[in-house]
Ligand binder design. Sequence first.
Ligand code: OSB
Ligand code: MG
Length: 368
Amino acid sequence: MRLRGVEILHIAMPLVGAFRTSFGTEAVRETLLLRAVTDEAEGWGECGASEAPLYSGEYTLGAADVLRRHLIPALSGLPDLDGHRVAPALSRFKENRLAKAALETAILDADLRGRGESLSHALGAVRTSVPSGVSVGIADSIPELLDTVEGYLDDGYLRIKLKIEPGWDLEPVRAVRERFGDIMLQVDANAAYERADIDHLLALDAFALSLVEQPLPMDDLLGHAALARRLATPICLDESILSARAAATAIELGACRIVNIKAGRVGGYLESRRIHDVCAAHGVPVWCGGMLETGIGRAANVALAALPGFTLPGDTSASERYFDEDLTEPFRLVDGHLEVPTGPGIGVAPDPDRLARYTVAREWVPVS
Ligand code: OSB
Ligand code: MG
């Protein structure tokens, strides 16, 4: 397969409700879609970056810049390009995993479409549908939070994840546990606490949570290990796990018992599978995280979540939890599950009219 070029589409998709975490509030998904054009097929990838570098150091315009200036040109002149050759061709460029993942996914999608194979099959999926949870942002008040959670439980979500931060933790968690009883419940701090908060975090053990996600800074694996020695609730890492090597290190240090896998954060679906394999070898359950993706990114996430080690419900929610109108056919929740696409590649494509409506800029980056 030979790459002809990549179109970078800048999109702006209003969210049905602003999503608030410890690091900021997002009301519009301002991100990139990539359309890889090869001599065999076209492929799509979605970038996990947001307008500002709050989750990681990457942000949408920065991702577009590194893609056009460095990453896409590095794929020129490769006569036998396929999904597996992207990461080695980009490896001399440091970091920029969200941008690399989007590019690798677009090439992988084109490659698989050309061969008529689904991404789920290529990754080694064993399920035809995946159990879904939902990530609930920080609310203005506890009554408002309880209404939101009730709505999601009525929709059929199989587990609830509450975003927490100092000042919004024990009370909201207690209120949700008391009101809804024995639901599967977990929390995500997005690194909002410090080691000095460990005694405070121990109070979370009272609420029978499935896990506490990324309580401490991303580079504090030893802090997570120290917390893990005292906290009965399993620690799950998100931001800290940037690669299969990082996953192996975190597990060996006792910094986590569960891993959230997000393809963007780790540089792509192929590295995600390696993390899955490392975790499986250690008996560490994994689940699929999300970055408020459109149907393009969601399709690929759902394929990943169908692998055997994904034994916990992921942040793979239905399209309507994010958008009034998705770019693809909407993903729908059926008995708490999303169906895994079966068509070639990621198995979905953007609807041209809706794509045009939400595209704010596009640029063609040719390769020779
Ligand atoms: O920490 O999991 C996170 C969204 C943006 C950035 C970080 C995170 C999240 C979510 C949303 O929790 C998950 C989803 O896509 O539904
Ligand atoms: Mg998280």
